[in-house]
Every structure is written in C-alpha cells, then in structure tokens.
Ligand binder design. Structure first.
Ligand code: MN
Ligand code: MN
Length: 293
C-alpha cells in the first residue's frame, strides 16, 4: 500500500466537496451578479461543511489568469462578454483538492474547450513512469489544435498536507524530461489557454498572501493579520479576511520583513482572454484517480 487509507479518504472527501462547491460557485457567475456576493457565498459553503479553504476562492476576469479574488468591499459585477476563471481549494485534515473551471458569459466557447481538452489529454497519460514534460507536450498540442496558446509560465503542481504547491511541477508546454511520475503522487494539472501572449505578468494589486516565517509583529494591524494567518497553517489567505483598518500598511510591512509572501494578480496582455481547467489526481498503479471529478 502506497498511501494510508485514511489519507486516501481525506483526499477523496476533499475532492468530492470541492467538485460540488465549484459547480455551485460557478453557477453563481451570472451577468449582473456581484463578485463579492458570489465569492462569500462559495467560500461559506466550504466552511459550513467543516472543511478548510486551501486558499481564498480565486475568481479571475478575462485577461487575468489567477490569484484574483474579491477585494474588501469589491463592487465588481459580472458583465456580458466576461470570461471568468473560478478556482477552488478545499482541505480535509490538511489534504487538498484543487480544481477550477471557466464560466463563459460571452462567445469564448472554443477557448474554454481548449483548456478542458488539454486537461483531459494530460490526465489520460498519467501513470507511473511518465515524465511531466510529456504531460506538458500533450497540453500544448491540445491547446494549439484549438487555435490558442498555452500559458507557458503557469504550471500544475504537487500537493501535500497543508502544502498547496510542492513537487512535481507539471508544465503547460512541451519540455524535455521533468519529474518522473510515481504511484502515490498527488498533483493538480491546470492548463491555461490564451488569446494573448502565452505568458502572464504580475499586476500591482495583491489580494492573496501566505505566511512564510514565524516572527512577532508590533503594528496592531500586523498582529491582526498574523491572527488571521495562524489557523491557516501556512495556507494562503485573503486581504479581505483581515478585520479592522490599516490592513494594507500591515501587509506591506510583513512582506518587507519576510514574514508574508505576496501573490500578485497574474494576467496576460490587456484585451486578451484566458481560460483554465484544473483537476487534482492521485497516481495509481495503472493510471490515476481524479479526486475532483
Ligand atoms: Mn487551483
Ligand atoms: Mn492549482
């Protein structure tokens, strides 16, 4: 036995809940609905089930690919023509399911299908002995067949207990070699297809942070931030979750002091559209079990 039964069960439970909540959340993405309302309702579903959000619900618009979520008091409204990535992480006893889908409020059907087909092509290849670079090649080929570019500087990633990003790295483009897939590995595959440049850059705006060092803080707002971060056990949190005022000063101080890591919003070029599809899987003797399907 490669993986303890209780661990397997926790991964499966997290996967089933993530699948259910993601579908519900994606169903709330409708023209005229507010982003903040949709995010809060979706995040509440996870905590009401007694599970932990592995990271704040990511909702990224149009050319944004990842790491956006509702700001405090966010007034953004979903509009006709938008292409919305909804990316959810659920942890049960620390074991994570990470899954995403794209909601099309415009005419982006082929772009949505490109990332979905790429994800399925990669999943079909997963088994012990395959190199991660081969999965990247399948993703790139499927996206290019649909007439789009893969985002080359975003990748899938291994998952571990209370660890959102670990080995192996699963590229979204063809690469020589890479990690060799082994039975018992748990990882997320997440192709992004784009009409833009095929590379994402960091925006100035940051909504999501992660605590990376344990040191005391003196500023009252920094103390509140660390109180918000503490029960997360190193998992990312949202600026929106921190109560009180002067939060941004506290956040920038903690980043400067090496206590927090910032995850800026990641976007392709203005005017472009990016789609994403993501599942988490466990590698088995013969292939894999997708926990979030
Ligand atoms: Mn994700
Ligand atoms: Mn992921």
């Amino acid at each position: 036995m490669i993986m303890d039964d209780a661990v397997y069960d926790a991964y499966r439970e997290a996967g089933a809940l993530a699948r259910r909540v993601l579908r519900h959340g994606a169903g709330l993405v409708k023209e005229g609905t507010g982003l903040l309302e949709m995010v809060e309702a979706t995040e509440a579903m996870v905590t009401e089930e007694g599970a932990l959000l592995a990271f704040p619900l990511n909702v990224s618009f149009n050319e944004a690919a990842a790491h956006d979520t509702a700001m405090p008091g966010d007034e953004r409204i979903f509009a006709r023509g938008d292409l919305i990535k909804v990316d959810l992480g659920v942890a049960v006893d620390g074991y994570i399911a990470d899954t995403a889908m794209t909601v099309d409020l415009g005419d982006h059907g082929a772009l949505v299908e490109a990332s979905r087909a790429a994800l399925e092509a990669a999943i079909a290849l997963v088994r012990p002995g395959v190199a991660a670079g081969e999965l990247g090649a399948a993703i790139q080929a499927a996206i290019e067949e649909h007439g789009y570019k893969p985002v080359g500087n975003l990748t899938g990633h291994g998952l571990d207990r209370y660890k959102q990003h670990t080995r192996p790295t699963i590229p979204n483009i063809a690469m020589a070699g890479g990690a060799v897939i082994e039975e018992g590995m748990v990882f997320a595959i997440e192709p992004f297809a784009t009409t833009g440049s095929g590379r994402v850059s960091e925006a100035a705006r940051v909504e999501i942070y992660q605590q990376i060092a344990a040191r005391p803080a003196r500023l009252p707002s920094a103390k509140r931030i660390l109180e918000t971060a503490r029960p997360r056990r190193g998992l990312p949190f949202s600026r929106r979750w921190v109560p009180g005022d002067k939060v941004d000063i506290g956040l920038s101080t903690l980043v400067r002091n090496g206590i927090l890591h910032a995850f800026p919003v990641l976007h392709d070029v203005p005017g472009s559209f990016v789609s994403q599809a993501e599942h988490t899987l466990i590698v088995t003797e013969e292939g894999c079990e997708v926990t979030t399907r």
